[in-house]
Ligand binder design. Structure first.
Ligand code: FEO
Length: 391
């Protein structure tokens, strides 16, 4: 498929992939986007594909008439984009891998590409293809330290690799349904980019003066309305939070469930939006996406062998790793005869810059005093949200 004259999308759609890094759910599959840019003098391939899809890339290169490749631009060393480089180098032995020094080192480590295959470029450096000019822009920590993008000056296309991407398999080259892509891109941001919010702010600032007509990321459809995704990112990385409580929970014998239900009613009565979900039936990506802008997280858990239910502990560990901008946290749940669940969960979310609000833990089935404590917790959350000016 052609983005513009002499610029081809030659990557692969992975309709059936359901897990990335053996961790991240992909409900809508993904794509590994690679682009062929034919200049009047030189031909460049921007990224490759996951090694499982190299045959698709090669087929697309043949269809695009790539009888020669001079440069393979490697924006990022992660194998879903770099994994095809060794095969492409075998097919096009005269090609050079163009990347920055940090990425070069990682490609040598990960893929054992030989040193003499590389040309390294500095931040801002230009590479002429004749009538098309590539400018390399370092955009570190979206989401690895070595990531860079390419700006194609004549066509005003920015190729930012993972940055602005979405795990979404579609047959269309360009975004056709912005709300659908918004959800996928937000999920992608939550799971991949959110820990690097500060770096992303810096990178948004760095590219703000580029004249961009098209953003062609390495996952998901291409943005021919770049403002849509840039504005979404500005919102996600901002310090703004919403009047929302995210409430992932597990219940084994209904004590915690009863508490969750009472607590959710109390929050709704106070005008607070609640996102309640049972961790035993909901994919963990839901937690990630809801943490992008919720002001408060409350974890609900029974006590299992003196600690939180392992699925709740897993959710806490993930939230801690994703480092959302959440402001407040608490814990509700139950126990039979003892345990240290509150201390354990609190230690698991130590990376979060949150104020811990007084947890509510019931002995056995919740009683009147527990329900009152839950209402008090809802009051406290409302007060805190009012202090932030969001309730
Ligand atoms: Fe899509 Fe970080 O690789």
């Amino acid at each position: 498929m052609q983005l513009r004259p002499n610029i081809y999308a030659v990557g692969a759609i992975d309709w059936d992939r359901r897990l990335f890094d053996e961790l991240i759910p992909l409900p809508d599959g993904t794509s590994y986007n690679a682009y062929l840019v034919k200049g009047s003098e030189k031909i460049a391939l921007l990224d490759t594909v996951d090694p499982t899809k190299t045959d698709v890339l090669i087929d697309n290169l043949v269809k695009a008439g790539a009888d020669r490749i001079d440069y393979i631009v490697a924006h990022h060393a992660e194998q879903d984009h770099s994994g095809g480089i060794p095969d492409i180098l075998m097919l096009y032995p005269d090609a050079k891998v163009v990347t920055n020094p940090k990425c070069k080192g990682m490609l040598i480590d990960l893929l054992q590409i030989s040193e003499d295959k590389f040309i390294t470029v500095d931040d801002g450096q230009i590479l002429s293809l004749g009538d098309k000019t590539l400018q390399f822009i370092y955009i570190p920590w979206v989401h690895w330290p070595e990531t860079m993008g390419t700006y194609l000056k004549e066509d005003k296309i920015f190729f930012p690799c993972d940055f602005f991407g979405s795990h979404l398999a579609t047959s269309g080259l360009f975004v056709e349904d912005e709300p659908v892509v918004y959800e996928s891109a937000k999920r992608y941001y939550a799971e991949i980019m959110m820990p690097f919010r500060t770096a992303i702010k810096n990178n948004l600032e760095k590219i703000k003066d580029l004249q961009i007509d098209i953003i062609a990321s390495s996952h998901g459809p291409v943005y021919d309305n770049p403002k849509f995704i840039i504005d979404a990112y500005k919102d996600w990385v901002s310090d703004n939070v919403k009047n929302e409580v995210v409430l992932p929970y597990i219940s084994m014998h209904d004590s915690t469930r009863k508490m969750v239900e009472h607590f959710v009613d109390a929050l709704i009565e106070r005008g607070i939006t609640v996102k309640q979900f049972n961790l035993s039936v909901t994919d963990i990506g839901k937690l990630a996406i809801l943490l992008v802008d919720a002001a408060t997280i409350v974890l609900g858990s029974p006590t299992v062998l003196t600690a939180a239910h392992p699925k709740v502990a897993y959710a806490a560990i993930l939230a801690n790793a994703l480092r959302p901008k959440t402001k407040f946290a608490s814990i509700i749940g139950s126990y039979g005869w003892g345990g240290r669940m509150v201390e354990q969960i609190t230690s698991l979310i130590s990376n979060l810059k949150v104020e811990i609000l007084e947890p509510v833990i019931a002995k056995g089935y919740p009683k009147d005093n527990d329900f009152t404590a839950l209402e008090n917790l809802a009051d406290k959350i409302l007060t805190k949200h009012k202090e932030l000016g969001i309730a």
